[in-house]
Design a protein around this ligand. Structure first.
Ligand SMILES: *Cc1c(COP(=O)(O)O)cnc(C)c1O
Length: 372
């Protein structure tokens, strides 16, 4: 038989399990409570919306390919060098650019056991080999990561706090990780949930980026800024790394409306503050309320909780998920993260949170319609 003709996909690509986003809709017309993708219940700042609408008058123009106004606004807010900021269509793009610039066939990249799955995809897409470091108590373990470094290791991805666990590494641990990694290994600190963290021992990583030439921090407008639909993220990098990313990114990778909305969103820090306060209150209320009905919750530093269900007995995570769907509530299944007995719940509005507690109380008591 003749060999198969036609384009040959690169090694690694067909090993990728396509990313499964959180469920976003259910059959039927009734509204749903969607707490599956860690979106903010407040939506974007009205100022960001206004800037977005205003951008509609310029849709025929190419955007500023360097996103200068946005980089300058970010630099001003955080006290950074705008020349070392690279923006992308979501931090997903930035993470993929980093993999594209630093990984190829034969290289290894490390992420932790329950780490964000976009890393695995980005690694495999470059033909590189993912290496998974086990966690301790659902938290990244610095020693386990360091133990998996080999001469082929080129990059380490850490989400801090991590999704879907909500756990975080104290800055001392992040520094210990950096110090233990070889100088030619790039450390990527994905701080997508940084704004939500209120811990004295937490740092986003800006200081490490400033003081080393092999660490990058990534951030997003998708979470606390409420602009997930628009796709906007950024990285703070050493100069040479910013230069590398700028060479391989699309010349107009961030849209004009995204740049405009991002600048306006940054100018409304009161909006961010309100979302943080709400999250503080409801993260602890929900943690307590869930514990009171027998659902274990991993302590979270972010805007979501990992809920642990008993195995079997009609109270399992898949059964809880079905039960909630019948009540039009969507949480996130996390089986593909190695957590088949858990569901991830975004902290929602007061009304949404109360609806979840009400439904899960019925579920755990076993007086719901969906029992089988
Ligand atoms: C949501 C999330 C992001 C953000 O992705 P975007 O592409 O910016 O929307 C990045 N990292 C982690 C760990 C996340 O959970």
């Amino acid at each position: 038989m003749a060999a198969k003709r036609g384009p040959r996909v690169r090694p690694g690509v067909l090993d990728i399990a396509p990313y499964v986003p959180g469920t976003s809709a259910l059959p039927g017309a009734h509204p749903v409570i969607k707490l599956s993708s860690n979106e903010t219940p407040f939506g974007p700042s009205p100022r960001a919306l206004e800037a977005y609408h205003a951008a509609a008058s310029s849709l025929s123009r190419y955007p500023d390919g360097s996103a200068r106004s946005l980089r300058e606004a970010i630099a001003k807010l955080y006290g950074l060098d705008a020349g070392r900021i690279v923006c992308g269509a979501g931090s997903d793009e930035v993470l993929n650019l980093l993999a594209g610039a630093y990984l190829g066939p034969g290289d290894e990249a490390i992420y932790s056991e329950h780490g964000f799955l976009v890393y695995r995809i980005a690694i495999l897409a470059r033909g590189a080999t993912p290496v998974v470091a086990p966690e301790t108590d659902l938290t990244a373990n610095v020693d386990a990561i360091l133990a998996r470094v080999s001469p082929a290791t080129r990059l380490v991805f850490i989400a801090n706090p991590n999704n879907p666990t909500g756990t975080y590494l104290a800055f001392d641990e992040v520094k210990r990780l950096r110090a233990g990694l070889p100088d030619d290994v790039l450390l990527v600190l994905d701080a997508a949930y940084a704004e939500y963290v209120r811990k004295n021992d937490y740092e986003t990583g800006i200081e490490l980026v400033a003081t080393t030439d092999n660490t990058v921090m990534t951030r997003t407008f998708s979470k606390i800024y409420g602009l997930a639909y628009l796709r906007l993220g950024w990285a703070y990098c050493p100069t040479e790394i910013a230069d590398a990313l700028n060479r391989i990114r699309g010349p107009f990778n961030v849209s004009g409306p995204a740049i405009a909305a991002g600048v306006a969103a940054l100018a409304d820090q009161a909006w961010v503050e309100r979302a943080v306060e709400h999250n503080e209150v409801w993260r602890s209320r929900m943690t307590e309320a869930l514990a009171a009905i027998g659902i274990g919750v991993t302590p979270s530093a972010a805007n979501f909780l990992l809920l642990h269900f008993p195995k079997g007995n009609g109270r399992s995570a898949p059964e809880a998920d079905r039960f909630l769907h019948e009540r039009r509530i969507i949480l996130r299944r996390v089986g593909e993260y190695g957590l088949p007995d858990a569901l991830r719940m975004t902290i929602g509005s007061e009304e949404e949170n109360r609806a979840v507690i009400g439904a899960l109380t019925s579920f755990m008591r076993g007086n719901g319609a969906a029992r089988s």
